[in-house]
Structures are given as structure tokens and as C-alpha cells.
Write a protein that binds this ligand. Structure first.
Ligand code: IMP
Ligand code: MG
Length: 175
């Protein structure tokens, strides 16, 4: 498959994704018995994953979506991550962040630190994909769909320069 100037080959089929997403939902349903978590999907990349995951969630819960914007700031790390669209009060809430992929971990690390200021009861990360070899900012990833090699992937919501999100399967860069 081609996206812009690059060629991709099939990597994770719709069947494989569906099966694993159901397993993740089952685990979350078990872990959150008696709680009312709030799921926060991180746009744009996680929209398909969040949708399919949430269809399989049975604990009473809510879901909301945000966009993360990073800009150069004056903190020690040099970047500040701001959430656009986060209107809920997260104090004492059990938060589950839904992400498409954790690569270096920078985005998630900064964002989780920001969220902690709202004093939620707990924050866990549920990411469909994780590239362990690329991780530079150690993170506690409670729910991981697939650990994948450090190669660029597209499809099922993930993009290459905005293109390639529209497929039921995930493709890997052919190099
Ligand atoms: P991190 O801060 O390096 O972990 O960046 C994670 C973000 O980079 C993800 O939310 C994606 O938007 C993007 N990203 C990282 N790797 C890929 C990839 O292989 N395909 C598409 N997007 C990616
Ligand atoms: Mg993303």
C-alpha cells in the first residue's frame, strides 16, 4: 500500500487487532470492578482504537476526547504539553488514557505529569502500540496492545503526514 511517497506492507490484520482489543477491554473491565473510570481518548490517532475498545467496556464509565499540543516552553524539559478540550474535573477520578502509540514516551510522560496536578485518584495508560526500543522517557504502561519493532506504522487511525489513517488494519513501512 502507498501513502504519499512511501510504501507500506500489511502488519496487523483487522482480526488480530479486534481480538487483542477485546482482551484489553476484558482486563480493564476486571480491573475497574466497582469503579467508574473516565476514559480519555487522545486525538487524532486513537479515534478508531478508542471506539472499538469502548464498545467492549462494560463497567459504568464515561469517555471524553482531547488533543495534545506541545509548544516550546520555559520548563526544564523545554516543552509544555497542553490538552485542548479537557472540560471534566478529574479530581478523585480513575483516569484511563487511550493512546494510539507510545514511541519515545515524551508526549505521555509530560501529559501525565500535567494531569497529576488535578489530583485524580489514579491515571493509567492504555496504548494500542508500543515501540520499546524507541522509549526514552520511562513510563508505566498498564495496558499495551502490541509491542512492535521500531519501524513506522500507519492505518487504523495512525497517520503519515495526516494520510493513511483510513484502514481496518495496520501497515508497516517497507524498507
Ligand atoms: P512520543 O512522544 O515519541 O511517544 O510520540 C508519540 C506520538 O508520535 C504518537 O501519539 C503518534 O502520534 C506519533 N507516532 C509515533 N510513532 C508513530 C508511527 O510509527 N506511526 C504514526 N505515528 C507515530
Ligand atoms: Mg498521537
Amino acid at each position: 500500500m502507498n501513502v504519499l511517497d512511501k510504501t507500506f506492507r500489511p502488519f496487523l490484520s483487522a482480526e488480530v487487532l479486534n481480538e487483542r482489543i477485546k482482551e484489553l477491554a476484558t482486563q480493564i473491565n476486571k480491573d475497574y470492578i466497582g469503579k467508574n473510570p473516565i476514559f480519555i481518548g487522545i486525538l487524532n490517532g486513537s479515534f478508531m482504537f478508542a471506539s472499538d475498545l469502548y464498545k467492549n467496556i462494560t463497567v459504568p464509565s464515561t469517555i471524553s476526547f482531547i488533543k495534545l499540543v506541545s509548544y516550546k516552553g520555559t520548563t526544564s524539559t523545554g516543552t509544555v504539553i497542553t490538552a485542548i478540550g479537557l472540560e471534566e474535573d478529574l479530581s478523585d477520578k480513575d483516569v484511563i488514557l487511550i493512546e494510539d502509540i507510545v514511541d519515545t514516551g515524551k508526549t505521555m510522560k509530560e501529559f501525565v505529569a500535567t494531569l497529576h496536578k488535578q489530583s485524580p485518584a489514579s491515571i493509567q495508560i492504555c496504548t494500542l502500540l508500543h515501540k520499546p526500543e524507541a522509549l526514552q522517557h520511562p513510563l508505566d504502561l498498564k495496558y499495551v496492545g502490541f509491542e512492535i519493532p521500531n519501524k513506522f506504522v500507519v492505518g487504523y487511525g495512525l497517520d503519515y503526514d495526516g494520510f493513511g489513517r483510513n484502514s481496518q488494519e495496520i501497515f508497516q513501512l517497507d524498507e
